[in-house]
Design a protein around this ligand. Structure first.
Ligand code: ZN
Length: 275
């Protein structure tokens, strides 16, 4: 599933092709995404110029006017790529290529989503849009501090992993990065949030920022593939220390990594290194 770093990578990957281009047409082959694509989307947005490519949480925002943006969410399996409009150079339209956003430079921003949990929405309300207004802080901004997370933890007795994955508090810390950050900070994912010291929360905040930045940097190296006709652009394998490795040896102490379920998400950790 695309998490924040993949979405950020997608943003950076499509930006050079989209910025300052106008939308000439939007072709919707399958409108039934998580929420239906507006029937008039092509009519409403054709002729508008993309003045900014931005990200809020896991939404990619193509800003068209001060109060008009196209909002793309990749859901569980969505991806964006750039293809040529000219028939000769254009790859065949695949079964899951649901939406094409045609641009004035002859490129097409193509949305592919096998599981159709993603969405393409018109946003006329800015940050007040229903899907954006409840989003918490961006983890890579200065606002996301140890003090902030510590304050949020005070009143919560749930496992710390659930707290950092709560998108109303902080966005984009998904299952993979939550586990990796907790391992880096030496904090058990099942530790009650309100029983963790400010010092340890501070280490966790630093770990979250570092893990996400590393993932974005790793994604940057795959940007050259963004116009590739074949693969999935913007996704990348990172060196993961605990995610998906329950039952294997801890990379630090060599003891067996435990695996538990927290809020129905499989979670691996080392009960020796993480307390
Ligand atoms: Zn260990």
């Amino acid at each position: 599933m695309p998490e924040l770093p993949e979405v950020e990578t997608s943003c950076r990957g499509i930006e050079p092709y989209c910025l300052n281009q106008s939308i000439t047409k939007i072709i919707v082959r399958q409108a039934k995404l998580r929420w239906p694509v507006d029937k008039d989307i092509s009519l409403q947005l054709s002729g508008k110029v993309i003045s900014l490519v931005n990200r809020r949480g896991k939404y990619i925002l193509l800003q068209l006017e001060p109060s008009l943006a196209l909002m793309i969410h990749l859901g569980m399996s969505g991806s964006l790529r750039i293809v040529e409009k000219s028939r000769r150079a254009s790859p065949e339209i695949g079964k899951h290529d649901h939406v094409d956003i045609e641009l004035s430079n002859g490129k097409i921003l193509r949305y592919n989503d096998p599981r159709r949990f993603g969405s393409i929405l018109i946003n006329r309300e800015g940050e007040q849009h229903l899907r954006l207004k409840e989003l918490g802080l961006e983890p890579l901004t200065e606002d996301f501090t140890a003090d902030y997370l510590y304050r949020q933890c005070r009143s919560r007795s749930s496992p710390i992993k659930s707290v950092i994955m709560n998108s109303q508090l902080v966005v984009g810390v998904g299952n993979i990065y939550a586990q990796e950050a907790l391992f880096m900070a030496g904090i058990s994912p099942i530790r009650q949030a309100n029983k963790i010291s400010l010092k340890r929360i501070s280490a966790l905040v630093a770990a979250i920022k570092l893990i996400l930045q590393q993932a974005i940097a790793a994604g940057g190296s795959s940007l050259k593939d963004f116009t590739a006709a074949d693969g999935k652009p913007g996704y990348f394998q990172q060196t993961l220390k605990v995610y998906g490795r329950g039952g294997e040896a801890c990379p630090v102490c060599d003891r067996t990594l435990k695996q538990v379920s927290i809020a129905q998400r499989t979670t691996a950790y080392c009960s020796h290194c993480q307390t």
